[in-house]
Design a protein around this ligand. Structure first.
Ligand code: DUT
Length: 145
């Protein structure tokens, strides 16, 4: 199945997004400005795009596996979640980054990647005193003897 995503570019200096069939289906995202960061600095790096995601979908933004090695950047929210309602002309995607060393990101550098995911079903929480199942054994207990 193919989905169409309406996209608005907020920069004409970045290359257009590209879905590469048959490789990885995650789509690379590019920095929309030159950024100089000192070790220990935090910055929201603009990605130069706004999108209308398909109804019932959200997007997940993560670093590329080479991002840390190339720029010493850590994405501080681990994974960015772009909601379907984030779809206005000025709803530019950003990636919040922490620099672990002095670094320079250039416009058009592919610093992150995304995919879309179907929203989870609606959830209603039902309170109970007893779940009635056996305990699995505490955080991180699997494999411990
Ligand atoms: O890495 C990210 C995370 C979020 N967003 C945008 C899209 C998302 O739809 C919006 C709000 O994000 P989220 O709901 O995760 O943030 P919040 O801290 O809960 O803020 P809000 O009060 O705006 O919901 O910000 C980004 O551009 N990049």
């Amino acid at each position: 199945m193919e989905q169409t995503i309406r996209i608005k570019y907020l920069s004409n200096q970045i290359e257009k997004l590209d879905y590469i069939d048959g490789k990885s289906d995650w789509i690379d995202l590019r920095a929309a400005e030159d950024v100089v960061m000192k070790a220990g600095e935090f910055k929201l790096i603009p990605l130069g795009i706004a999108m209308e995601l398909p109804q019932g979908y959200e997007a997940h933004v993560v670093p590329r596996s080479s991002t840390f090695k190339t720029w010493g950047l850590i994405q501080v929210n681990s994974m960015g979640i772009i909601d379907c309602s984030y779809c206005g002309d000025q709803d530019q995607w950003f990636v919040p980054m922490y620099a672990t060393r002095d670094t320079e990101i250039h416009i058009n550098d592919r610093i992150a990647q995304f995919r879309i995911m179907e929203n989870q079903p609606k959830i209603r929480f039902e309170m109970t005193e007893h779940l009635g199942n056996s305990n699995r054994g505490g955080f991180g207990s699997t494999g411990r003897s």
